[in-house]
Write a protein that binds this ligand. Structure first.
Ligand code: G3H
Ligand code: 13P
Ligand code: ZN
Length: 336
């Protein structure tokens, strides 16, 4: 059954990105795979009045069942109405790897899709992105594409080193594809181990400080395509509080290093208008599930250990919306 996102009460990313650029904030894109993550995202963004993008990877579709996931997102939209009636969100495919997958999501009610052909040649990337844009725009769905390759894992593709986005390619890419936003590679990467300790410096308290993002590349891109929405993937901060909690309660994570929050604040006040966060949510949930189970070893009711994880995730996202992305309080200005 084909359904338009408009019937589900969702929006595409156009208006929110326009406001994000003008208002110098970034819209959070939070990934979800299950009910507790969905509840946390909707609750946190409703409470902080933040526009948001509910993000679904192909892995999430396979994990949760693509039909169920679409109804869960619709349920999220209905839940949101009861909590913050003017607020709306976009349902977005994260790292779509083919036209067919993007089409299936658009037909199932997604309001935004990413086609990630960044690991192919420039010409192939343009060709695939253009095909997705043509179908998406016929349905008023917005499209994100990527230029440059992030280090680490992007779905099934693994890259040892980042290939930074080449500013000289962005204008031609954007013009020939008609894409609505562009993910760039400036030093972020997916997962919890974004930098090697050997590549970091130590501050006076012995805390590892990773090398800064390539803001020079970002500034050059902004000059070439002024006002065009830029997206940052791999933007979790890998908060030590949750890594420590995981390790304290039986986990084993080493060399977990993320993007410092000040750098994300700086990016959010530029043309970066979408910031992707998945790993931080995973860490907050895992840390709190481990803690709850370790402190209550006899507990076997999943609600008892998932509820504190869900609360921690909600608080973390409110904090990010308020103090890192600057998206808190923007909902009324966009949709009010
Ligand atoms: O960029 C990747 C996202 O964090 C989604 O990860 O493919 O394991 O669901 P996943
Ligand atoms: P993190 O792994 O840094 O959370 O990045 C998530 C992401 O980019 C999803 O597309
Ligand atoms: Zn990503």
């Amino acid at each position: 059954m084909t359904v338009s996102y408009k019937e589900l009460g969702l929006v595409n990313t156009k208006e929110m990105f326009k406001h994000a650029i003008e208002g110098k904030f970034a819209v959070p894109a939070y990934n979800f795979n299950n009910m507790e993550q969905l509840q946390a995202i909707v609750t946190a963004c409703a409470e902080s009045d933040s526009p948001f993008i509910l993000q679904v990877s192909n892995g999430a579709r396979n994990y949760a069942n693509s039909t169920l996931l679409r109804y869960m997102a619709q349920g999220g939209a209905e839940m949101l109405k009861t909590m913050n009636p003017h607020l709306k969100f976009a349902l977005h495919l994260d790292h779509g790897d083919s036209f067919e997958l993007c089409k299936a999501c658009i037909d199932a009610g997604f309001s935004s899709v990413m086609i990630d052909a960044s690991h192919h040649s420039f010409e192939e990337n343009i060709e695939t992105t253009k095909k997705v844009v043509e179908y998406a725009h016929a349905h008023d769905v917005t499209v994100e594409a990527e230029l440059g390759v992030l280090a680490g894992i992007e779905d099934e593709v693994v890259a040892e080193e980042s290939t930074y986005t080449r500013p000289e390619e962005v204008k031609e890419f954007v013009e020939r594809t008609g894409v609505d936003s562009l993910a760039i590679s400036i030093g972020t990467s997916h997962g919890a181990n974004k930098f090697k300790p050997a590549d970091c410096t130590k501050n006076s308290e012995g805390v590892l400080i990773p090398p800064p993002l390539k803001f020079d590349i970002l500034e050059e891109i902004e000059k070439i395509i002024p006002g065009f929405p830029i997206v940052l993937h791999g933007a979790s901060s890998v908060l030590p509080v949750y890594v420590d909690m995981i390790n304290k309660f039986g986990g084993k994570m080493s060399d977990a290093i993320g993007i410092p929050e000040e750098q994300l604040r700086k990016a959010a006040s530029s043309a970066v208008c979408k910031i992707n966060i998945d790993s931080d949510g995973r860490l907050a949930m895992t840390g709190n599930v481990r803690k709850a189970l370790a402190e209550n070893p006899g507990e076997f009711d999943p609600r008892k250990y998932l509820a504190p994880a869900r609360e921690a995730l909600t608080s973390m996202m409110i904090e990010k919306n308020k103090n890192v992305l600057g998206s808190a309080g923007q909902g009324k200005k966009i949709f009010g």
